[in-house]
Design a protein around this ligand. Sequence first.
Ligand code: PMP
Length: 397
Amino acid sequence: MKLKNSTPINWKFSERAEQLQSSVIREILKVTSRPEVISFAGGLPSPETFPVERMQAAFDKVLATQGKSALQYGTSDGYAPLREFLANSLSTADCKITPDQILMVSGSQQGLDLLGKVLIDEGSKILVETPSYLGALQAFSVYQPEFVSVDTDEHGLIPSSVSAKGEGARLMYALPNFQNPTGRTMSLERRIELVEICARMGIPLIEDNPYGDLCYSGEPLPKMLNMNPDGVIYMGSFSKVLTPGIRLGYVVGPTTLIRKLEQAKQAADLHTSQLTQMAVYEVIKDGFLGEHIPTIRTFYARQCQVMLDALTKFFPAGVEWTKPEGGMFIWITLPAHIDSNELLNEAIKQNVAFVPGGPFYANNPAKNTMRLSFVTVSPERINEGVEKLGKLIQARL
Ligand code: PMP
């Protein structure tokens, strides 16, 4: 029986909830879902890289052979064979990672939230790159920290800026490979220096690395995790090397931290889908990623080159952009007087979309910046979209 009369509830949200905002990107994606829009906005991997049949076969096999345990509750730390597999692949000659240093999470985005929950108090000083991954700023901001923006240049984060600004910081959040949003990569020397500085200052260093395997040539640079496993918290994800829809990632760190994160994970969702973890283990256990990842690298490298060529051809002098060595994004810096929010409004009228750069800054947004993703748009449409953007920029010079 439904009540006939009830007083409308005057929703009073917690102070924490009042910090929450919808991601600008998700808002833009609502506009860009129309097929006629050429969208450089999303951070989506290309669906052409998804190994659908492999995944289907793995889910079928797991359900057929281990159905009961796959459909049962699992442990909060994650499926043991998968953690063991990851521990082996993350270990190096002089740095062994063990399964108890790994917590499986429902996408590395959940790892960011759990890290915020266990490491950040209201007013805690936390160090982020300038600019940084918007989703991390969103996840951390719920816990009301004081964000301190660490300086960067074309080679990524500048470690000496951590020494200068980091006193008393509760964590440093770093994106060493093909950073989201800029596509920049930190050099090996800078990685070593950053690890040393954070260790000296007693600052936990988060190494968020969802794009690390997507290098266009050569092999990925060494992980900071393996330089100091006692002080680095590493975050990995299957989103960019398999598919994002399975929501599977992992956090690696010192066991004291991992056990605390495990408690937070238990409170949040008990555990990550057992069926998914078992199917992913089935897909990767015999080395599938070793053959699959190179195909993604080749594909993204080609897409990136198409966009770089289009930028050279169609963007006017005075505009600068990064030249990524991997990953999914190019970062554009427009002449200082051009506001990329205004540019976006005009671009959308012409059915082209991108993400304005402002929201990626924890402090002092540079409004003349923007992020372009090049992996989900065909080469013809990359050219068409970049040409349109070039004309709109030209008109504002
Ligand atoms: N970190 C970075 C830098 C990202 O770009 C993303 C996804 N866009 C994530 C974390 C979250 O990835 P997921 O939750 O899909 O593992």
